[in-house]
Design a protein around this ligand. Structure first.
Ligand SMILES: [Zn+2]
Length: 252
């Protein structure tokens, strides 16, 4: 079955919208965040690149968009090629330039069960790769992304991947965390993951006066839930080690 619509748009709060790829299985589906600004808008992550995100977000605003990828995994940067301004961390630049199934960490995540409907006729998951989207600028710790009326600071939070970044709005206490933290089993076993770095990044987040986290996957959460997730991980709780086994446990 081919999907009628590939994306769903939801207004979340104060200029922030969530875009999701509704026919991608819940255990993989990335949260794509759109933030309206006075001078331009931000897109934080861009999903798998299987439908036109650019056409979809025209209905949200018509200002120029900065497309920030929190990291170089296929489910977060697949749509980046559609945008002129593509920002991410320098350490992952070669992946954006020459993405492969391996270096974008597809592993076993892309399989028949990943799709509840097909993005277009003739789509074959075995042949899916993301399109190259070379970064047009780099973001690193301490950098500031200024939308005119909202300001975000870049945090470099390696572990899930070496160039994982998050965006922190001090005024509102909102953090867009990518996969540095989300309310689910953390994935610390990709080819370029580093569990020591992951622990350090999470310990650092624990000190941040966060009110609300809009993450790369699953539901948004507050400071109390953030500390629970961090403490569970630091105490050796669940993470995604064996991808196949983990996916099997999520299939109905
Ligand atoms: Zn990831």
């Amino acid at each position: 079955m081919v999907a009628d619509r590939w994306f769903r748009l939801q207004n979340i709060e104060d200029g922030i919208s969530l875009i999701t790829e509704i026919h991608v299985a819940r255990w993989l589906r990335c949260n794509i965040w759109h933030i309206r600004g006075r001078n331009h808008d931000l897109l934080i992550d861009s999903g798998m690149g299987l439908g036109s995100l650019k056409q979809e977000i025209v209905q949200l605003a018509e200002r120029p968009v900065k497309c920030i990828s929190t990291h170089c995994h296929f489910d977060h940067m697949g749509g980046a090629h559609e945008f002129e301004c593509r920002l991410g961390h320098r350490l992952e630049r070669s992946v954006y330039t020459e993405p492969t199934r391996y270096n974008t960490s597809m592993e076993s995540f892309v399989r028949a069960e990943t799709f509840e409907a097909l993005p277009y006729a003739g789509f074959r998951h075995e042949e899916y790769v993301v399109r190259p989207a070379p970064l047009t600028g780099y973001l690193d710790e301490g950098d500031v992304v200024d939308l005119g009326d909202r300001v975000f600071q870049v945090l470099h939070l390696p572990g899930h991947s070496p160039g994982s970044i998050a965006l922190w709005e001090n005024r509102s206490g909102i953090l867009f965390s990518g996969d540095a933290i989300y309310d689910g089993d953390l994935y610390d076993s990709a080819y370029h993951s580093d569990t020591g770095d992951y622990r350090d990044s999470l310990s650092r987040l624990r000190e941040l006066p966060v009110k609300r986290i809009h993450a790369g996957h699953y539901e948004s959460f507050d400071f109390a839930r953030m500390t629970e997730i961090i403490d569970q991980y630091l105490a050796g709780g669940d993470s995604i080690g064996d991808v196949d086994g983990w996916i099997r446990s999520h299939l109905d």
